[in-house]
Design a protein around this ligand. Structure first.
Ligand SMILES: Cc1cc2nc3c(=O)[nH]c(=O)nc-3n(C[C@H](O)[C@H](O)[C@H](O)COP(=O)(O)OP(=O)(O)OC[C@H]3O[C@@H](n4cnc5c(N)ncnc54)[C@H](O)[C@@H]3O)c2cc1C
Length: 595
């Protein structure tokens, strides 16, 4: 049940796919030198491997304590959080003016992968906090930043995200929590459910970011405002003061992430919790989208992380478990199951899928860095659009695939996979939340279709497809036949993506119901093809490294073999998704009464 952060793979994707050295040349990112990047990855790997990973299974088994509104985290979690904060990990990508280290999001995303692979329950607290910081950096007043941001960046306090209510899940616009003006602040009353790390014993304050509605607000998402609602009101000297009128009513009992408190929160039982407006009244959704986009990429990263953890565990098991003679072997002795072709198929699926997802997620983060810091405004705008396009794909595709791959991890273990003591079952259970929270896959697919495809008439998608074809022209021209032969099947699927994109643009203009029915297959098609593109790019680089005799030849050889496996075994699924897009009309053919 150990975890070893795959530092070489991470470094490869950061360098060759995300373009970290180019990012490090941008104003404000100069500190991200190759030596510093190595040091950050190495030290984060140590904390993940040695401190967080050993608490993963025990945290799952022990779970959380809850008494009189107080949450007790499992043994070792509080100390691990202190160590994490004292080592400065909480502040990696944030504004140096408020105590951050100002490092690129691409690097921070790789580090996030380690926390989540090591211990997803633990990592959820910093994940939500990171979104809260991003939101406040972007939308808070200077006074709010001085009061809250510095402590959230240092990790002295933690932040939460409060959208969901019993009647308002995917439909955030249906929320009813009330905010009433009361002098220089607002009074908040209402109930929020499923609030991750809404209460805990790590820190002496928790800063809740709460969506609520003013009495005269318009209906729907246009009438939502955003508030900072601290658990303890803040004294003039910046310390935590009197208790605010809010409490954790209960904890949910869940399928997975047992060490992450999922809280029902009551605001204003005694007259109203004090809240401070962020941004303008009725503009809360725009502010919250900063946090949601940040968290969506991070949750996509959780899909990569949990798949890699499950892959490492399944590989170790497959080397160890002995069953049956190897097919074609003259040796009568039973062999380790890693010799059996079907087990190999599962391991390779896990490996190739995880590597493809990692490429997409790091590229997504790198586009955010370019959008923030590239000196050329045209590049910034293009990268911003591209990051926006990739975010629902990373979130939707990597989390669905993460579930499938952890399921394969269980399968490789046979019966032991179903038995909790191996830990394979925990990865499978923990992964299952990923396609649900931060917007379900269905919601990501609609976001991709409506906001990212239809809104700009397909311009960003076409630009990305063009770039994919440019890479494939280089792949095709490679002198290494192991690489050049990757080109034809990939180009075919990229063209298929282009065709489906045009077809969906047309359907979207004429018949939104059918377009919506095609949205999830389109998201999966996009993810599968982008994964193929990026693995081809990896293989091209690996081949060049092999030719120059640079680095670890086994590592680069494996990159080419992994790309080949992906193209032969995973990329063909794209044809199925394209067919489903064409056949989307049948989705709504049946009357509701026929169900
Ligand atoms: C462990 C956990 C942690 C969470 N953490 C937080 C948190 O910290 N903060 C927070 O605010 N919330 C949190 N949530 C809530 C989470 O974001 C919601 O559960 C999620 O957005 C889905 O909402 P819902 O559960 O109401 O499902 P519903 O919205 O009822 O969805 C049910 C089904 O209908 C589909 N559906 C709904 N509307 C549409 C539509 N328009 N088009 C197509 N399909 C649709 C969905 O895809 C889904 O399959 C958490 C939930 C869990 C379980």
């Amino acid at each position: 049940m150990t975890y070893t952060a795959p530092l070489d793979d991470m470094r490869f994707v950061l360098d060759e796919i995300a373009g970290l050295s180019e990012i490090a040349g941008m104003p404000g990112y100069e500190d991200a030198t190759p030596d510093l990047v190595d040091a950050v990855l190495g030290e984060a790997g140590r904390l993940a491997n040695e401190v967080l990973a050993p608490l993963n299974h025990s945290g799952d088994r022990e779970g959380l304590g809850f008494e009189n509104g107080v949450v007790r985290t499992p043994k070792g979690f509080r100390e691990a959080y202190q160590q994490y904060v004292e080592s400065g990990w909480n502040s990696l990508p944030f504004d140096p003016d408020y105590g951050g280290q100002g490092l690129p999001w691409a690097l921070s995303t790789a580090v996030t992968e380690m926390w989540n692979a090591a211990n997803m329950s633990f990592a959820l607290c910093p994940l939500l906090n990171q979104g809260a910081v991003d939101l406040l950096e972007t939308h808070a007043t200077e006074e709010q930043k001085q009061t809250y941001l510095t402590k959230l960046i240092s990790g002295e306090w933690t932040g939460t995200m409060n959208l969901t209510e019993p009647q308002a899940g995917s439909d955030v616009g249906a929320l009813k929590t009330k905010a009433e003006r009361n002098g220089d602040h607002y009074l908040i009353t209402g109930q929020k459910i499923y609030i991750t790390w809404g209460e805990h014993d790590y820190t002496d304050n928790i800063v809740h970011l709460v969506l609520a509605r003013l009495p005269d607000a318009p209906a729907g998402t246009k009438g939502i405002s955003l508030f900072i609602v601290p658990k303890f009101l803040v004294n003039a000297d910046g310390t935590a003061g009197p208790r605010n009128d809010l409490r954790c009513v209960s904890l949910e009992h869940k399928l997975g992430v047992h060490a992450s408190p999922t809280c029902v929160m009551a605001y204003g039982d005694n007259g109203g919790a004090v809240g401070y407006l962020v941004g303008e009244e009725n503009n809360g959704m725009a502010c919250m989208f900063t946090m949601m986009n940040n968290a969506r990429l991070a949750v996509g990263m959780q899909g990569v992380a949990i798949a890699d953890r499950a892959y490492q565990q399944a590989t170790a098991f497959a080397r160890d478990r002995v069953q049956s003679r190897a097919i074609g072997s003259s040796d009568p002795k039973a062999t380790a199951i890693i010799q059996h072709p079907d087990v190999r198929r599962m391991l390779m699926t896990m490996r190739a899928g995880t590597e493809a997802m990692r490429c997409i997620a790091y590229l997504n983060a790198a586009e955010i860095d370019r959008a923030h810091r590239h000196p050329d405004a045209t590049v910034r705008a293009k990268s911003d659009a591209r990051a926006n396009l990739l975010t629902p794909i990373t979130k939707g595709w990597a989390t669905e695939l993460g579930c499938n791959l952890t399921s394969l991890g269980v399968q490789i273990h046979g019966g032991m996979g179903f038995i909790e003591e191996t830990g394979a079952a925990q990865h499978y259970r923990d992964a299952r939340i990923l396609p649900i929270y931060e917007g379900t896959t269905g919601i990501q697919a609609l976001d991709l279709l409506t906001r990212k495809l239809l809104r700009d008439g397909g311009e960003t998608a076409r630009g990305l497809i063009e770039e994919m074809l440019e890479t494939l022209a280089q792949v095709s021209a490679s002198e290494d036949t192991r690489v050049s032969t990757l080109a034809a099947p990939t180009i075919e699927q990229i063209r298929s993506l282009a065709k489906s994109t045009e077809s969906l643009l047309k359907t979207g203009a004429e018949d939104m119901v059918t377009a919506a029915a095609a949205a999830t297959p389109y998201l999966n098609l996009f993810g599968t093809v982008v994964g193929g593109w990026l693995l081809c790019k990896s293989a091209l680089t690996a081949s060049a490294k092999l030719a120059s005799g640079e680095g670890n030849s086994l590592f680069y050889d494996a990159k080419i073999k992994t790309a080949r496996f992906y193209l032969d075994n995973i990329l063909p699924q794209a044809s199925g998704y394209a067919a489903a897009i064409e056949g989307a009309e049948s989705v709504m053919a049946m009357d509701e009464a026929q169900f």
